[in-house]
Write a protein that binds this ligand. Sequence first.
Ligand code: TYM
Length: 325
Amino acid sequence: MKRIFSGIQPTGEIHLGNYVGAIRNWVTLTDEYDCVFCVVDYHAITVEYEISEFRKRAIETALILLACGLSPEKCKIFVQSHVPEHTELAWIFNCVTPIGELERMTQFKDKSKQHRANINMGLMDYPVLQAADILIYKAGFVPVGEDQVQHIELSREVARKFNARFGNVFPEPQALLSMAPKILGVDGEAKMSKTLNNYIGLLEDEEVMWEKLRTAVTDVNRVRRSDPGNPEICNIYTIHRAFSDNRILLDVDKGCRTAGIGCIDCKKMLFKNMIAELGPIREKALSLMKDTDYVIDVIRAGAKKCSAIAKATMAETRSALGILA
Ligand code: TYM
């Protein structure tokens, strides 16, 4: 069975973009692949974070993955720092990765702008640790949103460079995009993200969710209710595609283009479908919050299984490098 690896940072609330861009796809993939999903806490320390909240955040992130439908019987879920071989392999990969490649990474450039006071080595080295995450499990596929594709391409290059110099140890992984690989924020401009505060949180109260959706930017050219709109350039329609069936999508498309429906009508239909899917996830998350010991058991068991794989890959890697055993 081909292996899949993907990761998510424990930085604050998980949002709609994470869910439809990645997590929902992960759940489906567990039927067909040997899946490994990781809460990447070492990636998250490349920017400022709340130390006193950090443990809780790691547990909460794993908890949300479970609430979204990932089952420990069908995949491995763990926390990155619990398998320290990831960082060990990252060091080795550092020695085959050209600095120039890291400097041109879009995320590095964006984050350097956002965190001018703390442009640290970890921020630049971030994609190398990501390559180690994937390659330590020799994963063939990496289900991610569009923003991570450049990093997956770098992972391929790291594997190529390593193999060319030390022999064929690592496969070249491929990105797998979901049907909604890029969800914009409620501003309708930038990618939905935790840092930009333009997100709809997966576990937010229904009233808060509706308020954010109600005021979210749609097709900017549709100023008045009587103006026809264009669903193709409307972020709300993109989100509709992730939650609504074809019949509703056709109705919305037609209604929008002919000004038969207004943006609020469209949002109401979307909200109904969103809540139908997210309501049960929220309920499951709330019940898991009362049993975090279970969540901790799941991530400990996941780390144990992942450690065995990671240790084997490290032994092979050290041997390829000529390191004294
Ligand atoms: P992170 O934590 O930013 O996001 C987790 C996943 O959610 C996707 N995503 C989105 N998809 C569509 N629209 C959006 N607005 C949106 N925002 C986020 C991301 O593409 C991602 O798939 N670097 C990674 C974590 C990571 C990783 C890995 C991923 C570390 N090691 C190895 C894959 C493989 C990140 O920051 O994801």
